[in-house]
Design a protein around this ligand. Structure first.
Ligand code: PGA
Length: 225
């Protein structure tokens, strides 16, 4: 049975109280997760202490790390600072590429930092060219990395790509990175998730909006299993 990754990306959302409420509902109601399925939650950095005390069986990730090591980089969070706390780090989300000027070069630096401390990078790409550049600049990415393919029009729009189109794009990325699990992201919901995870090249989903409500995210997970 092929592996399945379901990653929730909270983006820049939730107070401490809201996060605690979410975690309580989610932990109480989480369904039995088969061994081939990985549920990954990526809350904001401020929520990591709360999430570290979780008892429910899901993995923890961050949405970004610094391109630098520890040191005089005010406001940054280095990969090594979270290495004992999280298993995954999202890198290069299109919102960061667009609003924070994150280039393919910066993405490559961050991926190297993450790999050097044993965290699995989940590199977000919105086209095949971005995956190509990554493969060329960080060949060691293929050992443990994941790709989250998110076409720009589908992010937060309520208009997901079709599973057929997404599978074609994932197939092209597999042409470059044959061993790498490829997730689809962009307006994934409980209603459409099965279509994506049932395709040949897509091994999971990245979920933004629909991960913010614990009950909705739980329905999505159940629908994907
Ligand atoms: P969305 O976001 O599910 O709200 O479209 C996905 C993402 O940007 O990771």
């Amino acid at each position: 049975m092929k592996n399945l990754f379901i990653l929730g990306n909270w983006k820049s959302n939730k107070t401490m109280t809201e996060a605690a409420n979410w975690l309580e509902i989610f932990s109480k109601n989480m369904p039995q997760i088969p061994g081939h399925v990985s549920v990954i939650v990526c809350p904001g950095f401020i929520h990591l202490p709360l999430f570290s005390s979780r008892t429910a069986p899901f993995a923890l990730g961050v949405q970004n790390v610094s391109a630098y090591e520890t040191g005089a980089f005010t406001g940054e969070i280095a990969a090594s600072m979270v290495a004992n706390t999280v298993s995954y780090a999202m890198i290069g989300h299109s919102e960061r590429r667009k609003h924070l000027g994150e280039t393919d070069e910066v993405v490559a630096e961050k991926v190297k930092r993450v790999l050097s401390v044993g965290i699995r990078p989940v590199v977000c790409v919105s086209d095949v060219a971005q995956a190509e550049k990554l493969a060329a600049s960080v060949p060691e990415f293929t050992k443990t990395g994941l790709i989250l393919y998110e076409p720009l029009f589908a992010i937060g729009s309520g208009k997901s790509d079709s599973p057929e189109n997404a599978n074609i794009a994932a197939g092209s990325i597999h042409g470059i990175l044959p061993e790498t699990p490829i997730l689809y992201g962009g307006s994934v919901t409980a209603e459409n998730v099965r279509g994506f995870v049932g395709t040949e090249h897509i091994t999971g989903v990245g979920v933004g909006g629909a991960s913010l409500d614990a009950a909705k995210f739980l329905s999505l997970i159940s629908a994907a299993l």
